[in-house]
Write a protein that binds this ligand. Structure first.
Ligand SMILES: [Zn+2]
Length: 259
């Protein structure tokens, strides 16, 4: 999982979709960071709200019999997404990485191990980022984006991420699928998350223990979320694009420093 450090989205249900997207992004920007931080440590959290685009992002995969289903369903509906993969899983299932790329999705780095980077020695963080980047490149993905595990980033890990040639990506909408929501909670969370300009956090891996196998129930819930996502995007005339394309469309950035 990526974690719970994202902003709460539930209290914003009453606002319009556009105001919600920009409002939440402002919340992120305000979270204790100075204007200088925002200039020195820019982190993508959202795109501009006045757009028919958003960016679905999936963490913790790839997972056999799930990532491929998600990727193909998205593509069949004209959507593309960004998958932030864990390196050992990508190496165990390189065909899934190739399938993602073949379908027009984007592959970013989520980590070699699923651990918080802040607090680790510089050398260890540096090694993990460079190893992760190079090992994904060896199986055909050339990541330019990094989603820090648990969304945990500080000034030091930001600089090391950039030194590895990667850009950090956070989010401004969290579906909380790792909490294994029931149908009502899932529908409510999707309704507030799928809005113009949003960078939406989702998971195609086991939330509690990344790298472990999903149970049949967990897989079923992920596929329910996927089905509901397709319906809502069609109703709202929204298209998912890779994060990097949302970025070039004019992204709203903040200094996402959590530790
Ligand atoms: Zn994660």
């Amino acid at each position: 999982m990526t974690g719970t450090s994202g902003p709460s989205t539930t209290r914003t249900t009453a606002r319009s979709a556009a105001a919600t997207a920009s409002g939440i992004a402002r919340d992120v920007v305000r979270r204790g960071q100075s204007r200088l931080d925002r200039r020195l440590f820019p982190t993508l959290v959202a795109g501009h709200a006045p757009t028919a685009r958003l960016a679905l992002t999936y963490d913790d995969g790839p997972t056999p019999d799930l990532t491929d289903v998600v990727a193909e369903t998205l593509a069949a509906h004209g959507h593309r997404a960004t998958f932030f993969v864990l390196v050992p899983q990508a190496e165990a299932h390189p065909y899934l990485v190739r399938r993602l790329l073949d379908l027009g999705h984007e592959v970013g780095l989520h980590g070699v191990v699923h651990e918080r980077l802040p607090g680790q020695p510089w050398s260890a963080v540096h090694r993990q980022l460079r190893d992760g980047r190079d090992r994904l490149a060896a199986i055909g993905a050339r990541p330019t984006l990094f989603r820090p595990p648990y969304g945990a980033q500080n000034r030091r890990t930001y600089l090391l991420t950039r030194a590895a040639g990667l850009r950090p990506v956070a989010w401004n909408a969290d579906v909380r699928d790792y909490q294994e929501p029931g149908p009502d909670a899932m529908r409510e969370q999707l309704a507030v998350s799928l809005r113009p300009g949003a960078v939406v956090l989702l998971h195609d891996g086991a939330g509690e223990r990344p790298g472990s196998e999903l149970t049949a129930d967990q897989r079923g819930r992920r596929l329910s979320i996927l089905d509901r996502t397709m319906v809502l995007l069609a109703e709202r005339a929204l298209t998912s694009v890779p994060v990097s394309e949302l970025s070039t469309a004019g992204a709203l950035r903040g200094a996402w420093l959590s530790a």
